[in-house]
Design a protein around this ligand. Sequence first.
Ligand code: GGG
Length: 351
Amino acid sequence: MKTYRIAVYPGDGIGPEVTAEAVGVLRAVEAKLQRFSLDCTELPWGVEWWRKTGQVAPDDFLQVLRPFDAILLGAVGWPAELPDHLTLAPLVQLRQSFDQYACVRPARLLPGVKTVLAGKGPAEIDLVVIRENSEGEYVNVGGRFHVGHPDESAVQTAVHTRRGVERVLRFGFEMARSRRHRLTMITKSNAQRFAYVLWDEILEELRGQYADVQADKQHADAAIMNFVRSPERFDVVVASNLFGDLLTDLGGILSGGLGLAPSSNLNPERRYPSMFEPVHGSAPDIAGQGIANPIAAILSAAMLLDWLGELEAGRRIRTAVERVLAEGQTTPDLGGRLTTAEVGRRVAEAV
Ligand code: GGG
């Protein structure tokens, strides 16, 4: 029987609560199928670790994570004690160092779940955003000078490479081939004339190699409007790091709420472990109350199993989630009365 080594990084706020349920569901599917075993190691990093050591994660955290087959992350951030850019730093470093350049964030409205959009249902809301995850607006390039003076300044530089743009677009084209053969690239090339014009040019170069995919492009402002006005126009959406982040919070809300939105950070060449995490953050306002929705974390665990090749296991989890949601067994964010642990248990039982 194959054994997978899984690093579990619950993080801060509601991260530990939702991650515990995701691990519970992983255990349930492992026990049910008896086809693989999971060797899970929990890593107590985040604000709690910082309270004890003065660091959010140890200096060697990348070396610690490197041997694992996959990483399951909860959420990071506890702004009352530590600025978000410090708690987020290991997450961004992880994505970049492990070359997890394809961040896959599906936004699919499941049956029985309400969307904020009037007149739209599961047939209209089924898209996937591929967020470039290794460079763009998230590179740590820039600086501040005259700090503390009236003329203090800050420079933050984005870096978009031909290699980085091309590989994420190719990943999007390939995914479009497995779906509805549509790809929409999101930039702001009318105003940002260097980087996003490079994106435009690379799309034109690749288009001919994927003639079976209908590829178009939209500026980010129009795309935001169109996500709301006509989500059915989108199938696979490819966007830069920052635009992808913005669009996927919106995608989460369109598909019922951020408590349902999973994601994966993939290194498609499998040279490094890939990472799976809910799109949502640490939600300090509801942390510790036992009401956070664990479904996004559970669906992220299903994506993890898919990535490891355990497709039957991933499918079972998704089917169980759909059943539980269709029966209205939900946390308060979706109008139900169940706790985080109760929803996790129902999904585990349905597996
Ligand atoms: N689930 C991971 C998490 O806590 N994300 C919070 C967040 O703000 N992430 C920023 C990003 O993904 O760029």
